[in-house]
Design a protein around this ligand. Structure first.
Ligand code: PCA
Length: 220
């Protein structure tokens, strides 16, 4: 019997698209059990503020989750990319799904400039590559709704006593082949591969206590 929960979030489609791999992956894993924990999938609106309200409702609804992994699409990326750092800024190049387009606003007015992921991002990348899945550490989650949710999540884990033992982070995913078919030249990864990647990622996140020390930086 799985006694703890993993909250796995994905986003609704945005920017006039009809599908978002992050939600397709999350919902495919709803109910999946791993290392004594069971996945609860949650869809977040791609809307500044509302996305964090939906996250709050799920965090508070039951006992604290062991692990929270938020997923999002990074169109143009070729790999599964665990994010290293969330920054305290909303700066939207395009409107969100409610037409909001904040510029240089803080995610949390009194929050620190940034938070690091508490997922073992190096061990995750290592394990994914060993499974034959392209993966790299990403050093920027951007400044749109994904970074907003990542920062908001890490702020909650850092400041709410009941979430002190919950690990969390954010992972950007490449587009799906059907999206690449509509936008030729876009890199993509099949849904089944992305779902398998998340199974590996969640297992590593639940079973790794100290992260690997392995190069994951970039020059720009
Ligand atoms: N990707 C966007 C927001 C929702 C999503 O899936 C981002 O990277 O901010």
């Amino acid at each position: 019997m799985a006694s703890t929960r993993i909250l796995l979030t994905g986003f609704e489609p945005f920017d006039r698209d009809t599908v978002n791999p992050s939600w397709e992956v999350a919902r495919a894993l709803d109910g999946w059990a791993c290392a004594g924990a069971k996945v609860q999938a949650l869809q977040l609106p791609c809307v500044f503020g509302d996305a964090l309200a939906a996250l709050d409702a799920a965090l508070g609804a039951r006992a604290a989750p062991t692990l929270v992994v938020a997923l999002g699409l990074a169109g143009g990326r070729t790999e599964v990319t665990p994010e290293r750092v969330a920054v305290n800024v909303d700066d939207a190049r395009i409107p969100d799904n409610a037409g909001r387009q904040p510029v240089d606003a803080a995610v949390e007015a009194r929050g620190p400039a940034a938070y690091f992921s508490t997922l073992p991002i190096k061990a995750i990348v290592h394990a994914l590559r060993q499974e034959g899945v392209p993966a790299s550490v990403s050093n920027s989650a951007g400044t749109f709704v994904c970074n907003h949710v990542f920062y908001g999540l890490m702020h909650r884990l850092a400041t709410r006593p009941e979430l002190a033992r919950t690990r969390g982070g954010f992972v950007h995913l490449p587009a799906l082949p059907e999206q690449a078919a509509r936008l030729p030249g876009t890199p993509s990864l099949a849904l089944a591969t992305q779902v398998d990647a998340l199974r590996v990622l969640l297992r590593v996140a639940l079973t790794t206590t100290a992260d690997l020390r392995e190069q994951g930086g970039s020059l720009h």
